[in-house]
Write a protein that binds this ligand. Structure first.
Ligand SMILES: Nc1ncnc2c1ncn2[C@@H]1O[C@H](COP(=O)(O)OP(=O)(O)O)[C@@H](O)[C@H]1O
Ligand SMILES: [Mg+2]
Length: 395
């Protein structure tokens, strides 16, 4: 008997995995210069010398992580056949929403012998964790490269970047050698570092610039060839995805997303080839998804205020003043079983935030003869989309 899946037999993808976020490409394209700089920065490792530190800067989706993984794999392979090189240990840490203590503790636990008990979560401080880290590094020996991705998210970054690169010169380490690779999505991060830290890290700074349409096209073509069946994609569709992403930050992640979603759109429509129209639909879907994420990032009450304005908008009751917004806001908050904020000021603060973030339009109005001024707000988005997203969030 046929089931719900029986008639799904054809697929446009031959290897969809290569379009996944977590897929590490075998070939890095259009980053020759960055790879060249990276090569020089790391060559000391081949000769058993202290590694230099490397800092990578550049916006999201520009290949910083992919290039780093590629370089680490290549270095690891090369070291195997070099007599002068020490054993190489590569430690990857993502710093997002972690404290320095958590990071050092994870590193210690990774280095501890298998039968040893883990470094305690509580009771000891970051200084103790560093001390244990140094002991374990010396016990294991060899060269250790620490890749700290999204390092700009770490609060106590000065301590980390001061301590670890100097561990050997400060006598904390005798056998092990350490090097740091820091990756930041944020170039201004550099300015927030203390001067003495900057000195050590300025050894090698590699900055990643946005891809242009031609570069994105080369990257996408390579992926499309692997991802889709033969004749399963049109050159112009790949060109379109590249052009869209080049205009919007030159982000390769976004370009690959467009291609994957475009393939899904084509497959759902029962089409055997990805064409421009599919990419166009994908662009709308991806934009929708991004907006939903941005709404999700707001605090609960900010979301209620946003939802309120979407509801007012649907009833044609916008633009509205904060006093008018407050009444409906109270109903909205209560409908989600939450006690509404009581002061008008707090509603106004949320309105100001939402305006600043581009969710709302705001116009200044004069209060006739009395001379006062006030603001009127309306939604700068599709109200249906906001309400739909809000309902999804509340599940
Ligand atoms: N030069 C490149 N060649 C091939 N794939 C790339 C290149 N640059 C980026 N990518 C791909 O684009 C996506 C985003 O790259 P990623 O390294 O995660 O960016 P970042 O770390 O700078 O945010 C990944 O899927 C990655 O494989
Ligand atoms: Mg990254």
């Amino acid at each position: 008997m046929p089931g719900p899946f029986t008639d799904i037999t054809d697929t446009i993808f031959s290897n969809k995995e290569v379009l996944n976020e977590s897929y590490q490409p075998e070939a890095i394209l259009k980053r020759e210069q960055e790879i060249e700089e990276y090569r020089y920065a790391l060559q000391d490792v081949l000769f058993g010398r202290d590694p230099e530190n490397v800092m990578l800067y550049g916006k999201a989706g520009l290949g910083k992580t992919a290039v780093t993984t590629y370089m680490m794999d290549a270095l690891n392979d090369e070291v195997q056949s070099r007599d002068e090189a020490d054993d190489l240990h590569i430690h990857n840490v993502n710093c997002n929403s972690k404290t320095l203590f958590m990071i050092i503790r994870v590193l210690v636990n990774k280095l501890l012998p298998q039968d040893a008990s883990q470094f305690p979560k509580r009771g000891l401080g970051t200084g103790d964790a560093f001390e244990e880290l140094y002991q374990q590094l010396d016990r294991v020996g060899g060269t250790h490269l620490f890749v700290f991705d999204e390092i700009d998210h770490l609060d106590e970054v000065d301590t980390l970047l001061y301590e670890l690169p100097r561990a050997r010169s400060n006598g904390h380490l005798t056998d092990a050698r350490v090097g740091i690779i820091g990756i930041s999505n944020n170039y201004t991060f550099r300015k927030t570092l203390s001067p003495k830290v900057k000195d050590t890290l300025m050894e090698n700074e590699i900055s990643f610039s946005p891809y242009d349409a031609t570069e994105l096209k080369a990257i996408l073509k390579d992926r499309a060839e692997q991802a889709f069946v033969e004749d399963g994609w049109e050159q112009s569709a790949v060109g379109m995805a590249s052009a869209i992403s080049a205009q919007d930050m030159g982000n390769a992640r976004q370009a690959i997303d467009l291609l994957r979603v475009g393939g899904e759109v084509a497959e759902r429509a029962g089409d055997s080839c990805v064409i421009d129209d599919h990419i166009e639909t994908a662009r709308e879907l991806v934009q929708r998804g991004r907006l939903a994420n941005r709404i999700r990032d707001q605090t609960d009450h900010s979301q209620y205020v946003l939802e309120t304005i979407a509801r007012l908008e649907k009833r044609d009751d916008t633009p509205a003043r904060s006093k008018e917004i407050r009444e409906t806001y109270e109903q909205v908050a209560e409908s989600w079983a939450t006690t509404p904020l009581t002061s008008l000021k707090s509603i106004q603060d949320h309105l100001a935030d939402l305006h600043m973030l581009g969710f709302l339009q705001r116009d200044k109005r004069n209060q006739g003869r009395s001379g006062g001024q006030y603001f009127e707000y309306q939604l700068d988005l599709d109200p249906e989309l906001v309400i739909e997203t809000r309902e999804k969030i509340e599940g």
